[in-house]
Ligand binder design. Structure first.
Ligand SMILES: Cc1ncc(CN)c(N)n1
Length: 220
């Protein structure tokens, strides 16, 4: 049976590279250079703004009022809650709001958001959810993977607060709801449609891994 996990299996090597990326391993061990994490956080502010635009697109692409409300809810959560939390979180890492507003967008960031927006504009609501899946579901799975590692020492790790956001019940529940939504839509698709979706999923997964690499290299 085709399910969300079939998408992962279709690009297992890329998926593992993303979930277990060097950036994540160093973060989990608490040895990631703070400058790399700060660079990542700054770029992620720009990413979240673009990400909220994509949910706006999902509102437009929705089939019915239930889907409209669902997408609107995601848009509101990012624009009204997550972005404010991100700005506050950045302050703890000595990144000012002014700095966030005057950032230059890194290539890995532009490439990723451009791809997501292109898929969103040209595809349907299912394409949109699939292109966003490595982002939404991937971070929850990264947090779960980190939790399973023996070297995760929560007390002495400066990045524990970041990991906790994605281990949280609220985030894990959102992730499970998204997996269920996708599973439902994958039930009745044919092989060629599934192949289209695997191409989108694989590319988005690679672009997420590039985002980690951008953080690690502090590149623009
Ligand atoms: C680049 C990226 N990907 C995913 C997430 C988690 N929604 C994020 N904050 N930033």
């Amino acid at each position: 049976m085709t399910s969300f996990y079939s998408l992962i299996r279709s690009c297992q090597t890329d998926w593992d590279h993303y979930i277990q990326h060097e950036f994540i391993q160093q973060l989990g061990k608490g040895i990631l250079d703070i400058a790399c994490f700060q660079h990542y956080l700054k770029q992620d502010y720009l990413f979240l703004i673009n990400f909220s635009r994509v949910w706006g697109l999902a509102v437009y692409k929705s089939h019915d009022i239930t889907e409209i409300r669902q997408s609107l809810n995601s848009l509101k959560t990012i624009a009204e809650v997550e972005l404010d939390l991100h700005v506050e979180y950045c302050k703890k890492w000595r990144i000012t709001e002014n700095e966030l507003k005057t950032l230059t967008e890194a290539k890995a960031n532009t490439d990723y958001t451009q791809f997501v927006l292109d898929v969103g504009l040209n595809g349907d609501i299912l394409d949109l959810h699939i292109v966003l899946a490595p982002c939404l579901i991937g971070y929850g799975m990264i947090a779960n993977w980190l939790r399973k590692q023996h070297w995760y020492d929560a007390k002495n790790n400066p990045y524990t607060s970041w990991i906790k956001m994605y281990i949280s019940k609220a985030f894990q529940q959102t992730m499970q709801n998204e997996i269920a939504w996708i599973d439902q839509r994958l039930l009745n698709i044919d092989t060629s449609r599934f192949e289209q979706l695997t191409t989108i999923f694989k590319q988005a997964t690679q672009l997420e891994a590039n985002f980690w690499q951008m953080g690690l290299d502090r590149s623009f």
